[in-house]
Design a protein around this ligand. Structure first.
Ligand SMILES: Cc1ncc(COP(=O)(O)O)c(C=O)c1O
Length: 421
């Protein structure tokens, strides 16, 4: 394997169940990463296994362009029922989050007849060339250009880093003014097809957008006929306590992208959108061979059913409260913890020298992660500098297992801080 495929933990995993992973010697590892937000409904769920095995036996692959099959149509119906985008909604299926983002942009361009896309610093939208062009972190794209043109990047409204002593209201006001002036001095609104944004930046360091900013952004888009694309690939499907993270702020996008948790562990992604916008894409301009594979669709239907029956939205909220409580106690005794933040079961700790957001404590974070790994907790970093520890457990984790994982994090921070004295 090439070194371009990094491995960020030392674990070699053989099998998994619920919120636990097992190595080849049968040692248990507690999962606080969910395969980066994929195994939200838990590993090896009996209902998903049953749905997958019976679908494999019935119809394994066809390609939706070749002939119609029920699992594709049924999943689209389920998704538009769950996540309406205005009066009439349509859905299409793909393989990965990056592909969903690519297709959402292609649809937005056709619907508006405009070329430009506005995106944000800290954003992550995938590793295809357009996905990478829209993503922010430079070390993820070094040497891969030239990148796609007509992309304009605004600073993400990150209050911790760019609050500059303002009140939250004044900060949001300033950031919306920045957006408005970009449409005057950088790119004409009549050239902008879409604004693409995450409600909580995932790879960017679990940074929630201020709700008032998202609502203001919706207003600016409406004023100028710009489409709002919300990327729910990491936040979507119960993770933050709602099916869509945008529901926290009562904002409905024109288009949205989905992936990760959708396939319950199988590769599956989706674009949802207003029917008139979705239908602007000409036949043949969107789709693909594997998108909406019948087996992945069956896994998704079983996963969504599980999530609904077991109230994973409620569980995500409860997990978020337990994580926030424990990590806030920890933060009170360590200056190096600059922030505890997140939404629902998408939580994070940020480590900075002297608690100063301008001085990321990378070595400290790596030491904490390594200590967690030594004690059998699979937890990973995030953020442009990698100084954020993110907590993304499967939502089936029990309270005791969650408390055990949080204890390991607290011990690791305490021990690292003692070692630095
Ligand atoms: C918000 C967001 N969009 C898009 C992607 C890309 O998804 P994929 O890796 O499935 O292409 C990711 C992956 O982390 C993501 O977090």
């Amino acid at each position: 394997m090439p070194r371009g495929i990094p491995r960020v933990t030392p674990f070699v995993i053989d099998r998994a169940s619920g919120a636990e992973l097992f190595d080849h010697e049968g040692r248990a590892v507690l999962d606080f990463a969910s395969g980066i937000g994929v195994m939200t409904a838990g590993h090896a769920r009996a209902e998903v296994i049953e749905a997958v095995t019976s679908q494999v036996a019935r119809l394994q692959h066809l390609c939706i362009h070749v002939a119609t099959y029920e699992p594709y149509v049924a999943l689209c119906e389920r998704l538009v029922g769950l996540l309406p985008h205005g009066a009439a909604t349509k859905a299409m299926l793909l393989n990965s989050g990056a592909e969903a983002v690519e297709n959402a942009v292609k649809i937005a361009r056709q619907a508006t007849g405009r070329p430009a896309v506005i995106c944000y610093t800290g954003a992550f939208h995938g590793r295809t060339l357009l996905g990478m062009s829209l993503s922010s972190k430079v070390s993820y794209k070094t040497g891969c250009g030239p990148f796609a043109p007509e992309i304009y990047r605004l600073p993400f409204p990150d209050f911790l880093r760019h609050g500059d002593g303002l009140s939250r209201d004044a900060f949001v006001h300033r950031e919306l003014a920045r957006l408005r002036s970009t449409l005057v001095d950088t790119v004409a609104p009549s050239d902008v097809a879409a604004v693409l944004v995450e409600v909580v930046q995932g790879e960017g360091g679990i940074v929630p957008i201020p709700g008032a900013y998202l609502r203001g952004l919706r207003g600016v888009c409406d004023e100028h006929g710009i489409l709002l694309i919300i990327d729910e690939v990491q936040t979507g499907l119960a993770r933050t306590g709602h099916w869509a993270a945008s529901e926290h702020f009562s904002v409905t996008p024109d288009l949205s992208t989905w992936g990760k948790a959708l396939g319950g562990g199988l590769p599956l992604a989706a674009v949802l959108g207003r029917a008139d916008v979705m239908d602007a894409a000409a036949p043949g301009t969107i789709g693909g061979t594997f998108g909406g594979n019948p087996v992945a669709c069956a896994a998704a239907m079983a996963t969504l059913e599980l999530m609904e029956r077991e109230d994973h939205c409620g569980r995500a909220t409860a997990i978020g409260a337990q994580v926030a409580g424990r990590l806030s106690e920890l933060s009170a005794r360590h200056e190096v913890i600059a922030d505890v933040r997140g939404l629902g079961a998408m939580m994070a700790l940020e480590f900075c020298e002297g608690g100063d957001p301008a001085r990321p404590a990378m070595a400290f974070t790596h030491a904490v992660l390594a200590r967690c790994h030594e004690r059998g907790l699979l937890v990973i970093g995030a953020g442009p500098h990698g100084n954020v520890l993110r907590v993304l457990p499967p939502l089936v984790i029990g309270d005791a297992a969650l408390a055990r994982g949080l204890e390991i994090i607290c011990d690791a921070v305490d021990a690292t801080a003692r070692g630095n004295q």
